[in-house]
Design a protein around this ligand. Structure first.
Ligand code: ADP
Length: 372
């Protein structure tokens, strides 16, 4: 799987600096509507509001040349425009745009453009689960902390539109702030985070339909100043729906990690989740079994929800099994207190560190197979 052309073009454009500011033209939001097609044709607009005509010509030529130099690009059609798009209304609840065309047939550009805000993010990993309540958000938050503790610059995007729990889990009370026209992520426990819960009243988001979910996700990816990150985990809503399709469509996913509890009922949904990612050629980095057992004070290990179900399904479907997380009776309390267990000297630190190591290795594996 080669890296999508749109991303390679975007990366090339990010090497071009606006002489007026010295900043790269992608980071400045000057590249609008970047699209690529299967024949290698690239189109974009260079937003030149306030720029002099001479500058515009020179900059447009530089941008075109940068795009043309990308392997696989056959032609570049680009125009300089002078009308400034209104800055995104980042604090507003209802995101505009979006469409009800989940796989984006004939309409791909929209989310590819959305992902331009993440130009400095090396790897985007979706954390998914078949069902709600299996601990997906808890696992995503603790894994992000463990990745950060291992030295990776880590981001965590809470895209669980219907139940954003990240602010609670990480003890974030601040609302998002706007910095130079972009939302500033909130730093917590060494992780750069942003949640739909930091933007809107969660009750409001409950009523959102497909296009609005896609629009919200687009904002979280595009209008947030993520900066440079080695890895960004995206906590997706349970099941497979608009948010997943939207992420897949953005062509930014390095892969997906599936969280499940061991019960057969949860596993049926895992199969569905894996099938969706497979169908869209998104690598499954692995399956994590959460709430795998409970260690009793007398040393007995109780398999409360059955034994090894997730490992079995992973094996059956040919997906890597990354490991198991036991039931930690104090985890719920820690989460409610905004003091995640992946810090300090709790046994969970080691569990999450090991899983983070496996994910980092899986990313490298996926990277190897996407080498151009
Ligand atoms: P999801 O994101 O899948 O809906 P959550 O992360 O919100 O699930 O977790 C659901 C509940 O289970 C929370 O109360 C959380 O604290 C608890 N929980 C998650 N994982 C564990 C675990 N390994 N041990 C104990 N409690 C857990």
């Amino acid at each position: 799987m080669t890296q999508p052309l749109a991303i390679r073009v975007r990366n090339a454009l990010a090497q071009v600096a606006n002489p007026k500011t010295g900043r790269n033209i992608v980071a400045e939001g000057l590249i609008q509507g970047l699209t690529t097609d299967d024949d290698g044709k690239v189109r974009f607009a260079l937003e030149m509001a306030g720029g002099g005509a001479a500058d515009a010509d020179a900059l447009l030529a530089a941008a075109k040349n940068a795009a043309l130099a990308v392997d696989g690009v056959s032609a570049v059609s680009a125009v300089a425009t002078a009308h400034s798009a209104a800055p995104a209304d980042t604090a507003a609840a209802a995101p505009a745009g979006g469409h009800n065309n989940p796989l984006g047939m004939g309409k791909k550009p929209q989310t590819e453009q959305a992902a331009m805000g993440m130009v400095g993010v090396k790897h985007v990993i979706a954390i998914a689960s078949g069902k709600g309540g299996v601990g997906k958000s808890t696992v995503a938050a603790n894994l992000a902390i463990a990745l950060a503790a291992a030295g990776y610059k880590t981001g965590l995007l809470d895209a669980d539109i219907y139940g954003p729990s990240l602010p609670t889990l990480l003890g974030i009370k601040d609302k998002a702030t706007v910095r130079e026209g972009k939302l500033a992520p909130v730093e917590a426990h060494g992780v750069r985070t942003m949640s739909i819960g930091m933007l809107v009243d969660p009750d409001q988001a409950l009523a959102w339909r497909g296009p609005m979910v896609m629009g919200a996700l687009k904002q979280l990816m595009n209008d947030v100043d993520w900066g440079t990150l080695d890895v960004m985990l995206v906590d997706t809503p349970p099941g497979t729906g608009d948010a997943h399709l939207s992420l897949i469509q953005s062509k930014r996913l390095t892969g997906a990690v599936i969280v499940s509890t061991p019960q057969e009922m949860a596993l049926a949904d895992v199969r569905r989740g894996i099938a969706l990612f497979r169908k869209t050629e998104t690598p499954i980095l692995g399956v994590i079994e959460n709430m795998a057992w409970l260690d009793m004070p007398d040393g007995e290990r109780r398999y409360v929800f059955g034994k090894g179900g997730a490992a079995r399904v992973a094996q059956e479907l040919g997906a890597p099994f990354l490991g198991a997380i036991p039931l930690y009776p104090d985890l719920g309390e820690a989460s409610d207190a905004g003091a995640p267990l992946a810090r300090g000297d709790h046994p969970a630190v080691k569990t999450f560190a090991q899983l983070a190591g496996k994910i980092a290795a899986a990313i490298q594996g996926a990277e190897g197979s996407t080498a151009e």
